[in-house]
Design a protein around this ligand. Structure first.
Ligand code: AMP
Length: 173
């Protein structure tokens, strides 16, 4: 399945969750057995088996993609979640949203020192979420070897927030 076929399975939902946002709904792609497995394969092939110790998924849609990626790498899965969702000792990172701020957390023992980490999320928009996640991973001793997104909204210039990281994105707008 090529990128144009994958793109055809992403649904634009205008004014969700608020006016002016065009939400990229990936549920039709996830529900297509060929598309879902192709996306996972493309991410794993790009970075290569043996290159990753832990895969970090960002709540919530990032979990859906990061878990099968971790399985195919033979790597562990580590969740990054919104504030106060994780039960154990955490590190927190606050970051700017268009209006206000948000906080992401990871368990302090989620990654062993020096482990190679791939971060996975569904959409790269302004880049704040991924940057906060990369900082969390580094703070607990991980080495971020790459960040993979299913979708990049290029016009929001999120890449500029992620300078120095190896980014892999499948579908661009
Ligand atoms: P950002 O921090 O601006 O890069 O936003 C990234 C996070 O917000 C990701 O976890 C996405 O799931 C979500 N997100 C941002 N914009 C969109 C959009 N247009 N459609 C779907 N999800 C989005």
């Amino acid at each position: 399945m090529d990128v144009e076929q994958l793109k055809a399975l992403v649904r634009d939902v205008p004014d969700f969750p608020q006016p002016g946002i065009v939400f990229k709904d990936i549920t039709p792609l996830l529900a297509d057995e060929i598309a879902f497995s192709s996306v996972i394969d493309l991410i794993v092939v790009h970075f290569g088996r043996g290159s990753v110790d832990k895969v970090v998924g960002i709540e919530a849609r990032g979990f859906i993609l990061a878990s099968p990626v971790a399985y195919h790498f033979g790597a562990g899965f580590v969740p990054v979640r919104k504030k106060d969702k994780l039960p154990w000792e955490t590190e927190s990172e606050e970051y700017e949203l268009e209006y206000g701020t948000a906080t992401l957390e990871v368990h302090r023992d989620g990654v062993d020192p020096g482990e190679r980490v791939l971060i996975v999320d569904d959409v790269l928009a302004t880049g704040g979420t991924a940057r906060a996640t990369a900082r969390l991973v580094e703070r607990i001793g991980g080495k971020v070897i790459g960040i993979a997104f299913l979708i990049e909204l290029g016009f929001l210039k999120g890449r500029q927030q992620l300078d120095g990281y190896d980014l892999f994105t499948l579908i661009s707008y």
